[in-house]
Design a protein around this ligand. Structure first.
Ligand code: NDP
Ligand code: 8X3
Length: 257
């Protein structure tokens, strides 16, 4: 197992859910954290909590990953002590709506495509060249079971996660011959703000998604990511699919109610 002590880890979407849980587990291991999201006050709260609990160095980035110029500016203007990123966790992402494709909302589509695909590409494009020139690095992309199996109403969200799968595979191939590692972590149901965001704040509908099942927690996913990034340097975990015991596929869920 390799140590994360003093490694610089950039986590997008650290203001909630899986990104937030990753920040906690990496802080515990002595990594230096760059935490990015749009909601700066959330990041500040997280940084305060982590600083009290661990002696951790944290740099905050208020960043909308959909804004390519902002991503370029943020990465190229990192203070020199923070610029040599060792691990990039491309976690920022969201779903919007569960409409039939032929009745879909254009704004929802654009938000998912711009965040889940283009945002992930921008971060990758601006961070990975530095990894290549330094000869070290690891990119972890948050895919999903939705990138392997399409479910009714999932159409565009599933397409974005299928794109993440293809991008992860492509990046792995393009980095062959370098020591840089690429991993896609692809969960099933994880209870986070994900469903609230999908249903635009309709929490009653969001709660129903997790009714009668024991979903994964953000910490469960962070544990798997931690495992992937701490393997020996010659080991690349390409893809991990994890889901709750109560789930067998994107659509097959055992509900006890
Ligand atoms: P949350 O809604 O809890 O967290 C999403 C994070 O993404 C937030 O921190 C949010 O921050 C950030 N984010 C969204 N849009 C942007 C943006 N434009 N720019 C910067 N940050 C953004 O959901 P999860 O933790 O569940 O989701 C994390 C990842 O895991 C996503 O990629 C999701 O698709 C994936 N996933 C989730 C599953 C689940 O069941 N929950 C299962 C499989 C995969 P802010 O709003 O402050 O910008
Ligand atoms: C999130 C999991 O099945 O709700 O990616 O799409 S699912």
């Amino acid at each position: 197992m390799i140590s994360l002590k003093n490694q610089i880890i950039l986590i997008t979407g650290a203001s909630s859910g899986i990104g937030n849980a990753c920040a906690k587990i990496f802080a515990r291991e002595g990594a230096k954290l760059i935490l990015a999201a749009r909601r700066l006050e959330r990041l500040q709260q997280l940084a305060n909590t982590l600083s009290k609990e661990f002696s951790v160095e944290i740099h905050l980035l208020q960043l909308d990953v959909r804004d390519r110029i902002a991503v370029e500016f943020a990465i190229s203007n990192l203070p020199s002590a923070w610029s040599k990123i060792d691990i990039l966790i491309n976690n920022a992402g969201l779903s919007r709506g569960l409409d039939k494709l032929h009745e879909g909302d254009f704004q929802n589509w654009e938000e998912m495509i711009d965040t889940n695909i283009k945002g992930l590409l921008y971060l990758t494009r601006y961070v990975v060249p530095g990894m290549v020139s330094r000869g070290r690095g690891h990119i972890v992309n948050l895919g999903s079971i939705a990138g392997h199996q399409t479910y009714p109403g999932g159409n565009v969200y599933c397409a974005t996660k299928a794109a993440v799968k293809a991008i992860s595979e492509g990046l792995k191939q393009d980095l062959l011959g370098t020591p840089i590692r690429v991993t896609s972590v692809d969960p099933g149901m994880v209870e986070t703000e994900f469903s609230d965001v999908r249903f635009h704040g309709d929490s009653e509908r969001a709660d129903k998604v997790y009714q009668g099942v024991t979903p994964l927690t953000p910490d469960d996913v962070a544990d798997v990511i931690f495992f992937c990034v701490t393997r020996s340097p010659h080991v690349n975990i390409n893809e991990v699919i994890l889901m709750p015991v109560d789930q067998a596929s994107a659509t097959l869920v055992n509900r006890r109610t």
